[in-house]
Design a protein around this ligand. Structure first.
Ligand SMILES: O=C(O)CCC(=O)C(=O)O
Length: 295
């Protein structure tokens, strides 16, 4: 990988940014038809697996990172949440934490965070994960050329509180033409289970192209476009497992109703030869309500 693109979070200071919140999703919105098969380790990915990635739009891999690497990544996130790097401003808290944030101690404060954005330049441990040689090799095999990291975020679903990330295509958030290879990498830092909000994907649907998104509980695919569709695959993962997925693959995660944390990193890479689009070009494809949205 040659580059990390220069990115800014656009987020104001650590203390004041809250998710907008939303009503609860329908209880059956994330029902699944199957559980994803897993590959053991990034070294285990064969050309047949890559062909499967093209067909189904995702690959799930257990043991992609060692426990030490995951511990380092978590330590990096917690360091940033606790204000360990005063230059870092990319934290958003859960809407439900708004009234109580100032009363929270360090542990409880961590469980009020919804997400962190654009952090790899603020913590070497997180940067190392995003530039992990074995991971980049796999992403470059998918892209067929060198890739660059263009987005990094971490969505943490605090116990009981972590709200859903409604069904969406990540490409809808990015100003890149549709022929860009966008590869998402979602890394489990805790065990991600059916109960605490593991990923759900609509297998193979990336091949049918873009879906118009609307502002509902988020910038999202309408529930009615998902409900009753065959091919929903749930992707529970152990810590250190990861999901590789196509930028056009519809995916989402339900509310965390469990007492367990569900913390994850998400990196996005694109092929280096890709062009940029204007926001207007993106909105013309994915829907006009998606101005200035972020994943
Ligand atoms: O981590 C999650 O729950 C979902 C993250 C996601 O899909 C996204 O932000 O695009």
């Amino acid at each position: 990988m040659a580059t990390t693109e220069k990115r800014t979070s656009g987020l104001p200071g650590n203390e004041g940014r809250f998710d907008s919140g939303a009503e609860m999703h329908a209880p059956d919105l994330y029902d699944h038809d199957a559980i994803a098969d897993k590959i053991d380790g990034l070294d285990g990915i064969t050309d047949e697996h890559l062909a499967l990635y093209k067909e189904q739009g995702y690959l799930a891999v257990e043991n992609a990172f060692t426990p030490e690497e995951i511990e380092a990544g978590l330590a990096g996130l917690i360091h940033l949440i606790m204000g360990g790097n005063p230059d870092f401003e990319g934290i958003m808290f859960e809407a439900r934490a708004q009234k109580i944030l100032s009363t929270l101690g360090p542990e409880a404060r961590q469980d009020a965070v919804r997400k962190l954005m654009y952090f790899v330049d603020y913590d070497a441990r997180l940067k190392e994960l995003s530039h992990h040689r074995k991971l980049i090799d796999v992403v470059e095999r998918i892209a067929g050329e060198r890739v660059g990291l263009f987005q990094d975020m971490a969505l943490l679903k605090p116990p009981r509180m972590g709200r859903e990330k409604p069904w969406h295509q990540d490409h809808a958030y990015f100003d890149f033409p549709l022929d860009t290879t966008v590869v998402g990498v979602w890394i489990a830092l805790d065990e991600a289970t059916l109960d605490n909000g593991c990923m759900r994907v609509l297998a193979g649907r990336h091949r049918a192209g873009p879906v118009v998104h609307f502002k509902r509980r988020d910038w999202q695919i309408c529930d009615t476009d998902i409900k009753g569709k065959d091919g929903v695959v749930a992707v529970p993962l152990k810590p250190g497992g990861l999901l590789l997925f196509d930028g056009l693959l519809p995916h989402g995660t339900p509310h965390n109703n469990s007492p367990a944390r569900r913390r994850a990193l998400q990196f996005h890479y694109r092929n280096e030869s890709s062009r940029k689009w204007s926001q207007e070009e993106r909105l013309a494809i994915f829907g006009s309500e998606g101005k200035d949205v972020e994943c």
